[in-house]
Design a protein around this ligand. Structure first.
Ligand code: FES
Ligand SMILES: [Fe+2]
Length: 448
């Protein structure tokens, strides 16, 4: 039997690999971690009109997310209350009602049960329809057009849950006057790995990039700094409240000088530099651009225009759902260029995505061995070198080649898993953060 208390030691930077494999741990994390966190549901642009819906998941639970008549967005478990069939089997669309295809119970846009075939004859007045609606997601937050949901009453409000991560999320979510939209469709595929490998890595692991992703840049450019040569780049990694963000520092506003950037994107960015700076400021334009995860499983890569959810499918598998996002006022040509760039780099056949998936499946396979599972993993990079509010970046940061975000991710995961209350978790986080030294002002700018 696994002793839950021994699985993670974030103060020393150690994790037990059974967190990635153990079925009991997995069952518990569905309820105690996913069930008590805010999970990404949909973006505004995916639900353009009354009755627009998408089918998604909160961990393993299928949910329908639906635009209501009053413009709000609601979500409910996509499970018929009669025998548990999916109420709606389409991925997305527009509808007035949802009718179960098994025996035909029908539900409205809020998930209320509104029609039952042969009701009088079959139930003889004994069915209380009001009591048999779909199970509603009780709390939904709309943060700059991004909808998140949680099953839990106890979880702090979304902005409180985000904490300092709001600064990093806003670098993308609040970047343009016109706002963002998701391009049509969701790209989905399966990877045989535990969801935490993906979520943790996207939360700030820039350490792997020059090694795992070496071949693409070598083929595309001979500029070392553009390739991300770790001896040349500077950067910071943020980690707080389980979330993470890692980015290189670029001296110019119109950066990174990346070889994926097409003509349309280059021109659009040049035209919008002042607008972006007015919205998010110089610091974020130059320092916040890359790996990000909002705990537990919503991630994005800023300058590669990809967002995704790592849906868990048992301890050994994930379903990856990705979207490209674009500025709303972009031309059709730019939207196409961005979508194609995201597909070329971070999609099932993308030149970089395949590097990442290869690592995660390999690690997961090694963990089939009983000795491999009894080992200990090192998550101690940069331990003790955290600083607060360094270089205009709020919260706890460290060198970009550190694991401050990973330690924070596993700490939050473990605290939830063992059943600590949110109050306790937040109290401990505040105490830990206040014990970390403020950065030295003379080092604050330039050196970072
Ligand atoms: S399972 Fe849905 S109507 Fe029977
Ligand atoms: Fe990667």
């Amino acid at each position: 039997m696994v002793d839950l208390n021994e699985l993670v030691d974030s103060d020393r930077g150690r994790v037990d690999p059974r967190i990635y494999t153990d079925p009991g741990v997995y069952e518990r994390e569905l309820e105690f971690v996913f069930g008590r966190s805010w999970l990404f549901l949909a973006h505004d642009s995916q639900l353009p009109k009354t009755g627009s819906f998408i089918q998604t998941y909160m961990a393993e639970d299928p949910v329908l997310v639906v635009r209501q008549r009053d413009g709000s967005v609601k979500a409910f478990l996509n499970q018929c209350r009669h025998r548990g069939m999916r109420i709606c089997r389409a991925d997305a669309g527009v509808s007035k009602t949802f009718t179960c295809t098994y025996h035909g119970w029908a539900y409205d846009l809020e998930g209320n049960l509104i029609n039952v075939p042969l009701e009088d004859r079959a139930y003889k007045g004994n069915l209380d329809r009001e009591a048999w609606g779909a199970l509603k997601v009780p709390r939904i937050a709309n943060y700059r057009g991004f909808y998140f949901g949680t099953w839990s009453d106890e979880t702090p409000d979304f902005e409180d849950y985000l904490g300092d991560m709001a600064f990093y999320f806003d670098a993308v979510a609040d970047r343009f006057d016109s706002g963002l939209e998701f391009t049509a469709g969701t790209t989905k595929w399966v990877i045989d790995c535990n969801w935490k490998f993906a979520a943790e890595q996207f939360g700030g692991d820039m350490y792997h990039t020059s090694i795992s992703h070496a071949s693409g840049p070598i083929a595309l450019t001979d500029q070392q700094v553009v390739r991300g040569d770790p001896n040349l780049v500077q950067g910071r990694q943020f980690g707080g409240d389980g979330h993470g963000s890692g980015g290189y520092i670029y001296p110019e506003r119109n950066m990174p000088p990346n070889f994926f950037r097409g003509q349309q994107e280059h021109e659009f960015t040049e035209d919008h530099l002042d607008e972006i700076e007015a919205r998010i400021g110089d610091t974020r334009m130059k320092k916040v651009n890359n790996h990000n995860t909002i705990f537990p499983n919503f991630s994005w890569l800023g300058f590669l225009w990809t967002m995704r959810v790592w849906h868990p499918r048992g301890p050994n598998q994930i379903e990856v759902w990705t979207w490209s996002f674009v500025p709303k006022d972009a031309t059709e040509a730019l939207k196409r260029e961005i979508r194609e760039k995201a597909q070329r780099t971070f999609s099932p056949a993308g030149v970089f995505e395949t590097d990442d998936g290869e690592n995660w499946t390999e690690v997961q396979q090694v963990l089939h061995g009983f000795k491999a599972r009894q080992n200990t993993f090192h998550v101690g990079m940069g331990l003790g070198h955290e600083e607060r509010n360094a270089g205009g970046l709020p919260g706890v940061t460290n060198d970009v080649f550190s694991e401050v975000a990973s330690r924070g991710f596993y700490r939050r995961w473990h605290d939830l898993l063992v059943g600590k209350s949110w109050k306790q978790i937040q109290k401990e986080e505040a105490a830990r953060v206040s014990a970390i030294p403020e950065s030295q002002p003379e080092l604050a700018e330039g050196a970072r």
